[in-house]
Design a protein around this ligand. Structure first.
Ligand SMILES: [Zn+2]
Length: 274
């Protein structure tokens, strides 16, 4: 069965972390993607797989993960997407690459497709992907949930979108944060000013980008006072840039942007650079 897409509106990031050496970033557009024959429908998802049992299992896992991610988001009432999100589970990595047009190092991806009058959010996965249920699925579902929470007018910076997605992985991107912290300690890291401007992960140093992004989310979300974070999200929802949102939300906590960067890096080095 072929899903006929009239338009790819957006092929979202997907920085699915398969291993430290293999991370995806921006996905290449593709024209058609085959849907496996078995289908299972749950509260938020329609899962396609080559086995009904696997589709049902994945749907149940996805619902649990979505509930957890929504809970972590702090929103009291989650207004779910109007049409159920599709999850496609291919049989092999080569089939996944062929059907999605993703690079070979990609372990999963998320996008939005229109199918007739309906717009669906879609997650593409494949059986046997490393850390599929512990890391990849939570990562991709976090993107969907966060996009929905932020709404269409929001300016969603890549560092925040990826940082949150990594944060929701079971490993919370610990190894990536260690790499980022070690580079901070050597003053060979991505500067905060550059980090918040990336629209796709930088070539050649994706692990620094993901590690720094995950570390920044952790610092803002876990270490600093939560009302600041809530204020930052609110400003981003209204279309503010990261810099404007930092200034509006953390202006009282730090005397300047450089002092915020200094405190964040001090935290990272102390916690992850051992
Ligand atoms: Zn991602």
């Amino acid at each position: 069965m072929i899903l006929r897409k009239t338009l790819i509106i957006l092929f979202f990031i997907c920085a699915v972390i398969v291993s430290l050496q293999s991370m995806a970033q921006v996905a290449a557009p593709f024209s058609q993607a085959k849907l496996p024959s078995c289908k299972y429908v749950s509260k938020h998802f329609i899962v396609y797989s080559y086995s009904r049992e696997k589709a049902a299992y994945l749907a149940k896992k996805a619902e649990v993960v979505a509930g957890r991610v929504i809970g972590h988001s702090g929103v009291s009432r989650f207004a779910s997407w109007k049409t159920k999100a599709i999850i496609v589970l291919y049989k092999t990595h080569s089939e996944y690459v062929k059907e999605t047009g993703q690079p070979g190092w990609s372990g999963g991806s998320v996008g939005i497709v229109t199918h007739g009058p309906l717009t669906h959010r879609v997650i593409y996965l494949y059986e046997g992907a490393p850390n599929l249920f512990s890391n990849i699925l939570p990562h991709e579902i976090t993107h969907l949930v966060f996009m929905q929470i932020m709404g269409p007018k929001a300016s969603i910076p890549l560092w925040l979108n990826e940082g949150l997605a990594v944060y929701e992985q079971k490993d919370k991107g610990k190894n990536l944060k260690i790499i980022a912290a070690r580079n901070m300690n050597k003053n060979n890291d991505i500067k905060l000013d550059a980090l918040i401007k990336y629209e796709k992960a930088p070539e050649g140093k994706p692990e620094l980008f993901y590690g720094a992004s995950a570390g920044l989310v952790e610092y803002l979300f876990v270490v600093l006072r939560r009302p600041y974070y809530v204020k930052m999200i609110s400003l981003l929802k209204q279309g503010a840039s990261s810099y404007e949102a930092f200034r509006g939300a953390y202006g009282k906590a730090f005397k300047s942007f450089p002092s915020m960067e200094k405190c964040w890096k001090k935290y990272m080095i102390k916690k992850y650079c051992k």
